[in-house]
Design a protein around this ligand. Structure first.
Ligand code: BDR
Ligand code: CA
Length: 311
C-alpha cells in the first residue's frame, strides 16, 4: 500500500476522505493532521477524532496544526458545514486522542523516519503543508507526491474565481505549487463529478452498519447545504477524490499544466490559473484532474465504508 498522511479540516467531505483512506487496502494511513478551515482548529480536530473513533481506527496518530492562515484572518465555512463543522449526525464521545506534537512536526518526523517516500493528501487550506516546506525544506525529498483537493480550472466556489481551500490561504497554496514537489491538483472540475445522488446514499444505507448510516446523515446534511447555497440537487464529495487518485490513479484522469495562484487580483485573489494549453510557456508544475471514473470512485468509497463497518 501507498503510505499517506491526510491533512484535513473535517468537514463532511473530509470525514468521508478519512474513511476512504482508513478502509481501503491500497493506502496505508500513517497520520491524520488538522488545520483551521471549514471550522476552527479546535472543531476540526475534535471532528477528526470523532470520525476515527466511529471508524474504529485507534492506531493512527492525530495532530493539530495551524489555527489560522499564514497571512490573513480565518474565515470558516459554517454556511456549508454547520457550527460544529460536521453538522447532521450525532457522534459518541471520541476515544481517539491528539498527540502532543504540532501537526507540522509530526508530518516532518514521519517523513524523515519512514523507510520510503510518503504521499501527502491535503484536503483543506494548505497552511500546514506550506509551513512544513518552509520550515523543513529538506523534507521535500521525502515526499513522494502532494495530491491535494483544491483549486479549479473553471469557476470557484467561494468567490466567482476562487475555490475555498485555496482562497482561505492563498499564500500557502502558492508555496505548495511553487515548491518543486510533484503536485496533483484535484479541483472543482473533477470533484463536481463526484455527486452523492440518492442512489449513492442508498448504497451506504444498504450496508446496514452504524458507520454507513452516519455517511447517509452526513451526505443528507451536505445535500441540504448545497441545495440552499448553490441550488445543486446533489452535493459534490470533494475531498475523497484526492484520496481516490492515490488509491487508483485511473479513477482521476489528469493533464499536465502550469498552475499559479493569483495573490493580487482585485477580484480574483485565490484563483488557480491553470495553463492547460501552454499559452504562456511557464514550466509544468502540476498534474490537474479533469475526468472522474464515477463508477470506480463510488465502488471504492462504499467499499471502504463497508470494510470499516465489518471491523
Ligand atoms: C473544499 O472546501 C471545503 O469546504 C471542503 O471540505 C473541501 O475541502 C471544497 O472547495
Ligand atoms: Ca476539506
Amino acid at each position: 500500500p501507498v503510505p499517506i498522511i491526510i491533512d484535513c479540516d473535517p468537514g463532511h467531505d473530509d470525514a468521508l476522505a478519512i474513511m476512504l483512506a482508513a478502509g481501503d487496502p491500497a493506502v496505508d494511513l500513517l497520520a491524520v493532521t488538522t488545520v483551521a478551515g471549514n471550522q476552527t482548529l479546535e472543531k476540526t480536530t475534535l471532528n477528526a477524532r470523532r470520525v476515527l473513533t466511529l471508524a474504529g481506527v485507534t492506531d493512527v496518530p492525530v495532530a493539530a496544526g495551524c489555527d489560522r492562515p499564514l497571512l490573513q484572518p480565518l474565515a470558516v465555512a459554517a454556511d456549508v458545514h454547520g457550527e460544529s463543522g460536521l453538522d447532521g449526525p450525532s457522534f459518541p464521545p471520541p476515544t481517539v486522542d491528539v498527540v502532543p506534537e504540532h501537526a507540522v512536526d509530526l508530518i516532518h518526523r514521519i517523513l524523515v523516519e519512514h523507510p520510503e517516500p510518503v504521499t501527502l493528501v491535503p484536503t483543506a487550506p494548505l497552511t500546514n503543508i506550506a509551513l512544513l516546506l518552509t520550515r523543513h525544506p529538506e523534507s521535500a525529498a521525502h515526499i513522494r507526491e502532494i495530491v491535494l483537493m483544491g483549486g479549479s480550472v473553471g469557476p470557484g466556489n467561494r468567490t466567482p474565481a476562487a475555490e475555498f481551500n485555496v482562497y482561505t490561504d492563498p499564500e500557502a497554496a502558492a508555496v505548495v505549487f511553487g515548491s518543486g514537489v510533484p503536485v496533483t491538483m484535484c479541483g472543482l472540475d473533477v470533484t463536481h463529478q463526484a455527486l452523492a445522488t440518492p442512489e449513492v446514499l442508498a448504497r451506504f444505507e444498504a450496508l446496514g452498519t452504524p458507520i454507513g448510516s452516519v455517511c447517509v446523515e452526513l451526505l443528507t446534511y451536505f445535500a441540504s447545504a448545497y441545495r440552499r447555497l448553490w441550488g445543486m440537487p446533489h452535493p459534490p464529495l470533494h475531498d475523497p477524490v484526492a484520496v481516490a487518485r492515490v488509491i487508483d490513479p485511473a479513477i482521476v484522469g489528469c493533464a499536465d499544466a502550469n498552475v499559479v495562484v493569483e495573490l493580487q487580483g482585485r477580484y480574483t485573489r485565490g484563483a488557480t490559473v491553470v495553463d492547460l494549453h501552454q499559452y504562456v510557456g511557464r514550466p509544468v508544475n502540476a498534474r490537474v484532474g479533469t475526468t472522474l471514473d464515477t463508477e470506480l470512485f463510488w465502488d471504492r468509497m462504499v467499499g471502504a465504508v463497508a470494510a470499516l463497518g465489518s471491523r
